[in-house]
Design a protein around this ligand. Structure first.
Ligand code: EPU
Length: 425
């Protein structure tokens, strides 16, 4: 199993460009099943989860042609109904995104339960109830088995603003009879990206970017060319890293307009970058200080559905907080398993109290020391790399496939900033 050896304590400086957003890449790839015409994707990150999704689709008969490192064309003209490969599906959470497009295309689906990060229960009730509201019939044995005769245009009230739940319902409702309205929909930039692709293909979705999406059903959809948005999780990760790595890091080709709540939240641990056009620079030579609430009370950083601070950026902010002066509570409202990786930061010397599965208190700054580490999920993996980069000594991070599932070419991006990181077996 590949691992990283990271010698910590070197200043990191320079520029980095984020790759395409993983969580936009995965649902938009699935959209190819809705048309017989080709869809070309630009800025497609060639990461583990994307490659597995392409393999799942290829197994269904979809042609997948990479033109260069980040352009790929998929064509589902010859796609045939079959049960998607259970082994491939069990590797990624995003395999659940086959439910909507397979029902839309074939009228039936049999799907192994999805895999993915070990960060919590990851319920699928929102997908399930929404598909049934649109006219589907589902049941569960050791797979999800479903069929749909007519995709009904109707009001759907999502149980919670689930990201993949909203995406699945969009991927089905675009072909509904009449008009479907998704209430309490997710509105993350990746959901917006999927809506934009679907509209380019000929769908009629309005309310994009809000939590109420109205979808006028269409009979056929066409091919398209789509550019995946820059990964704001990667942008946030490099800002947190830049803040603690002693130099100046500029993140280029970003969309600062998407980062409002993220920047507001990072400011609570003292991270205040400078924005010029689409470039964001963070000066890590300045000491970080955590912001107190009015009256001097300890502040809280909490995650929530967009536009609140994304759960996927909690882990990197926690590492940054270990290097910031003061105390902050982190309240992870979404996943009940995401905070457990902090025991590894404590092992490295961080002063953290794990209060319960959703809450920790970070007291900083702490000197971190190298350790042998492995990661339960993609975001914790990036966070442990960050911790290793600022720690004294050489750390080993064992299961780096977890990070490479979500961060494209992370090793070379870090090397270009001056990191001493070596891949080993
Ligand atoms: N949740 C709430 N309240 C809400 C909405 C959700 O508590 O209002 C909880 C859910 O109960 C669940 C969790 O939050 O436990 C996440 O729910 P969701 O269904 O939105 O997650 P998902 O669609 O399975 C996607 C991303 C995740 C990301 C979440 C939340 C993809 C393929 N995955 O998962 O990405 O954490 O949305 O933003 O899009 C990652 O990239 O590292 C990753 C895990």
């Amino acid at each position: 199993m590949a691992r990283f050896h990271i010698e910590g304590g070197h200043k990191l400086s320079g520029s980095v460009t984020p790759s395409g957003n993983k969580n936009e890449a995965l649902p938009t790839l699935m959209a190819c099943l809705l048309t017989d015409q080709p869809i070309t994707f630009k800025r497609m990150p060639k990461i583990g989860d994307v490659m597995t999704t392409c393999d799942v689709l290829a197994d269904l008969g979809v042609s997948v042609k990479w033109e260069d490192h980040d352009t790929v064309t998929l064509c589902a003209k010859n796609a045939k109904y079959k049960k998607p490969d259970p082994e491939l599906c069990s590797r990624i959470r995003a395999s659940v995104l086959l439910l909507g497009p397979m029902l839309a295309r074939f009228g039936k689906v049999e799907l192994a339960l999805p895999g993915g990060d070990v960060i919590g229960a990851r319920r699928i009730d929102t997908h399930w109830e929404g598909i049934e509201a649109l006219g589907g019939k589902l049941h569960l044995n050791n797979a999800i088995v479903g069929e749909i005769k007519t995709i009904r245009g109707t009001d759907v009230y999502l149980d919670e603003p689930s990201v993949t739940g909203t995406e699945n319902l969009l991927l089905l409702a675009v072909k509904c009879q009449g008009t479907a309205t998704l209430h309490n929909a997710a509105s993350e930039p990746h959901v917006v990206g999927l809506c934009n692709l679907l509209n380019t293909m000929g769908a009629k979705i309005s309310g994009i970017g809000s939590n109420r999406l109205t979808i006028e059903g269409v009979k056929t959809l066409n091919g398209a060319t789509h550019t995946i948005g820059p990964d704001f999780m990667e942008v946030g990760s490099f800002l947190c890293l830049g803040a603690i790595a002693g130099g100046k890091i500029t993140v280029e080709k970003t969309r600062p307009e998407e980062l409002g709540f993220i920047l507001k939240t990072l400011a609570r641990i003292g991270i205040v970058p400078e924005i010029k056009g689409d470039k964001i620079t963070i000066d890590g030579t300045k000491p970080l200080v955590m912001k107190k609430d009015i009256g001097g009370r300890i502040g809280t950083i909490y995650s929530g559905p967009w536009p609140a601070y994304p759960t996927d950026l909690m882990s990197v902010a926690i590492v940054a907080a270990t290097q910031s002066q003061g105390t902050t509570i982190f309240f992870e409202k979404m996943f009940e398993g995401r905070m457990f990786f902090t025991d590894k930061l404590m092992q490295m010397g961080a002063n953290i109290v794990l209060c319960d599965p959703h809450r920790i208190v970070v007291n900083g700054p702490s000197k971190l020391y190298a350790a042998r580490l492995n990661s339960p999920d993609v975001r914790a993996g990036m966070s442990l790399i960050m911790a290793a980069l600022v720690a004294e000594g050489t750390s080993v991070i064992d299961n780096i496939y977890q990070v490479e599932r979500g961060y494209f070419d992370i090793e070379n991006k870090l090397k270009a900033l001056g990191a001493k990181i070596i891949r080993g077996d």
